[in-house]
Design a protein around this ligand. Sequence first.
Ligand SMILES: Nc1ncnc2c1ncn2[C@@H]1O[C@H](COP(=O)(O)OP(=O)(O)OP(=O)(O)O)[C@@H](O)[C@H]1O
Length: 706
Amino acid sequence: MSGRNISGLRELHGIGERVAGRLVEHFGSEDAALQAILEGDIASLSEVNGVSHTFALSLARDVRARAEGCAISDFLKTKEALDLYSRLLELIKTFAHTSHARDKLDLFYPFPASRMDLIEERRAFVAEYLELADTFSADTEFLNLLSRVKKLRPVPGNLRVRDRIIISGDRKTLDAARERFQEFLSVQAVEDFSEFVDLARGYSNVIVFDDTYLSFDLPEGIEPELFQDPLKAEFWQILPEVELAFFAKNLDCILACLNIASALRAGGFGFFEELSGVELENLKTALLKVGEDGKPIEGLDSELDRLETALKNLDPVLTSTLNEANQRMNRTLEASSLTLSGQELIKLVSGGMEIKDLLAKELQRVYTGEIEAVKEELSEKLNFQKQEKLMLDSLFSDEISYPLKTEQAQLQLLRQKLNMSLEKSRLSRKRELAKILSTFHQRVERLVREVLDFDLGFSIACFAAQFQLNMPAIISEAGIGFEAGENLFLKARYGEIDPVSYSVGKTSLSPEGLENRVVLLSGVNSGGKTSLLELLAQCVVLGHMGFPVPARKLELGPVEEFYYFGKSKGTLDAGAFETTLKQFSVLSETSGKLVLADELESITEPGASARIIAGILEYLARSEESLGVFVSHLSELILENTWTEIRVDGIEAEGLDSSLELIVNRNPVYNRVARSTPELIVERLLRKTTGKEQEFYAHLKDKFKN
Ligand SMILES: Nc1ncnc2c1ncn2[C@@H]1O[C@H](COP(=O)(O)OP(=O)(O)OP(=O)(O)O)[C@@H](O)[C@H]1O
């Protein structure tokens, strides 16, 4: 489908300068806005300030109508026809699991028979899903998955990576880097090495695209990462956070889509072949590592865990280890005494040795031993690796001190070193994950779109499954006939209702010789005439939408225009009467019209009504392609006013049940004027009484004979 005929927003009815401007701003360009309207993206359209849901829908329908060359009003010719269609649509929408499907259903409307191409296209689309619903429409787990699927949300606009910077002294590099990355991190120009160092100091991760400053002696703690070319660098390398944020933001929806794909495949239905079974599992595994905050979740990476724990425990472990060592040293010192050898005594006396040195030598042994023990304990408890162990050496001075204490500057360095290692590991984990996910990104976008579109067809199929609908057979001559039809509105309300069979026009279901295209439907009060007329309307509207219909079997001839007139409440005033008559004037044109009218006689006084209805029926009967069903209590009077052969069918009461209620056979009897309710009531009284009273009722009953 293309949006032919439309080149600008302003061509659309209801779009003025201001709304057009807002649409362009919201979607980025006029084309994108038109595309959203064409695709019927009601949800996005209604996000635009000044565009209500109803307006968005009318825009979408308008554009759709132009694209298909066929509008909703081409087929649905009266307000009541449109109302009935809307009620059907509301019912179908209750089966949608996503707002995407709910919105898109609004764009499905019936087409006239002359656009059989569109009807067939839709029938093919719907038919694909019917079998699916047999397997999945009652699978609550599957349905829950579907209701978790939404349009993908973009990466939050406020995402900023604050601990990373791109630095360069080269204009071209800067321009390219800004173009690609500036939205999410800082890209800064520097003039010289000292500026470079000053800037770099404030970030735990510095990215450069040339080695200008790498040959200098970089201070401790600054380790820039070199990438070759800002245009060619992989996005996931420079900014893995963006990829991760996209997946994190849509995690639930994407996982649901993957599980839907798996479930469909397990059920024997091919779905989204772009992802193989193995890839599907790989993606699921990767997604399970993404936290909701967009960071890789904890507990999956031993190196990260090791560094995090080491940093967290550094201070408490240090304090407790030193405490214990100090106590040990204390005890050792208290228990110690100094015994001098003869040699030492001589040296001391002769001045060849100071008493202080002698004591220091002794103490040094104890001190060094304790420091070694402390380092060992620290590196064991903090699970240190080689490099970190080496850093412990400079943590304690060689000079004896008691109590034992650490060099604060060195401790700070160790902490920094651990922090840097942690940040590095974190970044490389993010990159690993982002790299895997980036290979799936576009396919995931397509997958979600496909699942959303799937729900559109699937909702229709669920609706069909719930009401046991069937695809109608399209026939070539004017006629509608069905077996075991069930009015959807009644069925939705009551659950169980009586199936009805009926046929007008040339269908294989009309009785031999009774293939009239124009019929009057008579019947007892509350017999089900209105319901039957509504059922006919439902079948015609759904059938022309390319949808299945509420009947076990249905033959549907071509209808070009559908006129539906509901029962009016009481006599119309002159103006309303005139308007109604005008609507019928279209019958003067020939083409396949279907007119369903309910008790049209109430629009004016009975005598005039009968004449008018007779006239309308005559006009309808003239066209070989038109059909009409008129519910009326005046069938006999109407027949008296016409020479045209018009069939009258009747919905009759079969008798009375135990509580004296009428038992109605909802199936019209062909070619029979139904007895009216008053007649049945007289008959009931006649049967229930005796003697003089019964004679009275017998007299009344005679009055009903011609
Ligand atoms: N096929 C059916 N199965 C079960 N109940 C039905 C069926 N058709 C109609 N009914 C019941 O009968 C009620 C009256 O039906 P409906 O209004 O169609 O009768 P009607 O013949 O048009 O009546 P009236 O002559 O008063 O206009 C419905 O509300 C419904 O409860």
